[in-house]
Write a new protein. Sequence first.
Length: 317
Amino acid sequence: MQRITTPELAKAFIDEQLGELKQQIGDKKVLLALSGGVDSSVVAALLIKAIGKNLVCVHVNHGLLRKGEPEQVIEVFRNQMDANLVYVDAVDRFLGKLSGVDDPEKKRKIIGAEFIRVFEEEARKQDGIKFLAQGTIYPDILESDGVKAHHNVGGLPDDLQFELVEPLKLLFKDEVRVVGKQLGLPDNMVYRQPFPGPGLGVRCLGAITRDRLEAVRESDAILREEFAKNGLEGKVWQYFTVVPDFRSVGVKNGKRTFAYPVIIRAVNTKDAMTATVEDIPFTLLQHITQRITAEVENVNRVLYDLTPKPCGTIEWE
């Protein structure tokens, strides 16, 4: 199969897939867990063109997404593409389950299991669903030996008996982006940097609290905004903030504070097996620091992680 590297090749792929999807699905309904990530968004856009309102997209807001992401999913898919979108506000439910849990693996398992439960509940509310769409891409198949759980829907009960629809399963991530661009998705969705499945849950270190989770979300938004303004968006492979579960003394507005640090991580890599740290101009770091300490509540320090992989990992948890 020829690699999809140009808009022309992407258009040909889309035309071919539209025919195959219509033939596979007919007039039946398809369910999709729409996270707002690259893979699920491209699958959603493709299926909307193929079957329109017979695609039921379920977007679960678990409270661990980045700033503006749930709103973007609603704007792009419901308002612009007229998708049949079910929005589920499950923030309190997820944060309640995660309360007091500080072990990273336990947090991951709780987030994954609760997502499956929420998605199953929404699936059972729908009538006439015969297919389950997934954003499976070729590396998922290679890495999982044919077992796909990339979008956490692999654990749905057998009695639902959905047939899988996986239109991207032979594509690599760069090809998916070319297809997404051709389908008209916005650049900040198509070129979205890698984001862990548990979301900000693994960047709010230790037991998740609402104040530290909000500090991660707000500081991350500032970092992304400043990287975009200064030409680093697209140049740096992955960049984000984390907030650890400890506080230090500081001074703000002439008063003593006891608040959290924000740690900035910015790395480049080809395969995620090794990673180098981006050399960010010091004046930009100073500016980002000034903004974060001034604009983000419960924060009084900003640190920059200088550790490559190995010996550090890209994420902290």
